[in-house]
Design a protein around this ligand. Structure first.
Ligand SMILES: Cc1cc2nc3c(=O)[nH]c(=O)nc-3n(C[C@H](O)[C@H](O)[C@H](O)COP(=O)(O)O)c2cc1C
Length: 220
């Protein structure tokens, strides 16, 4: 399946069935995590069958139900954009493997969550994983002209990248980012005040980069 289709399919899922993660899927996910950590110096960890962080033994915790698996997005301090960028790469791999997800900065038991932080590292947030009771719903999206300098006649690759960026998860769906193009180069910045906007920026940059099809060289 192409990545744009995966991005369209991905929605935040907060209610999970009690089915354990498929062992082949876990292997494939771990490979993607290892590749991300090697490339970036992040220390993303997959935690499986751990009921405490989301209080999976209780009927609901916040909006969560039955979550026993998650990614601990750990890495060196000051790497918020990378946390978003590489975390989303793993999230889309999970989606491809039929595993639903939800980025979670606030509504989990921070003191109970597992994962190792080495000296100089911190846990940025976690991503809940599992097989959803359903696949989630579309989020409301801004238009490409709300978040960029796009004008009619601009290249298709720019439009594709922007459309993909708008499908990305952002904290409270705030979508506080702005893209600008100068020829073949693009800049992406946080636009306005908000929570976790640098992590959001990394997530949307990953969506843009993959869908524009120009690789990392696109960033000016
Ligand atoms: C950085 C970040 C932090 C988030 N924190 C939480 C959270 O603490 N609790 C929660 O239920 N959802 C959280 N979300 C999920 C967003 O609310 C969700 O991605 C957004 O509303 C868009 O919906 P979608 O993911 O279905 O497209 C977070 C998302 C991001 C990107």
């Amino acid at each position: 399946m192409d990545t744009m289709e995966l991005m369209k399919q991905r929605h935040s899922v907060r209610q999970f069935t009690d089915k354990a993660l498929d062992s082949e899927a876990v292997k494939a996910l771990q490979q993607e995590i290892d590749a991300c950590n090697k490339e970036s110096g992040m220390h993303i960890q997959l935690i499986t069958d751990e009921p405490e962080a989301f209080q999976a033994g209780k009927p609901t915790y916040g909006q969560f139900k039955g979550c026993r698996n998650y990614l601990a997005i750990v890495g060196p301090k000051g790497k918020d954009v990378e946390a978003g960028y590489y975390g989303e790469r793993v999230v889309l791999k999970a989606q491809e493997l039929g595993i639903n997800s939800c980025w979670v900065a606030l509504t989990y038991k921070k003191g109970k969550a597992q994962g190792t932080e080495n000296a100089g590292e911190k846990r940025y947030l976690v991503v809940a994983l599992g097989y959803g009771e359903n696949g989630g719903v579309d989020h409301k999206v801004k238009s490409i002209t709300d978040v960029s300098d796009y004008k009619s006649g601009d290249p298709d690759w720019y439009k594709n990248g922007l459309e993909a960026a708008l499908l990305a998860p952002t904290a409270m769906n705030q979508q506080k980012f702005r893209f600008e193009r100068n020829g073949e180069k693009v800049t992406a910045k946080v636009a306005g005040m908000g929570f976790y906007t640098k992590i959001d920026l990394g997530i949307v940059k990953y969506h843009f980069e993959v869908s524009a099809g120009k690789g990392k060289e696109v960033w000016g």
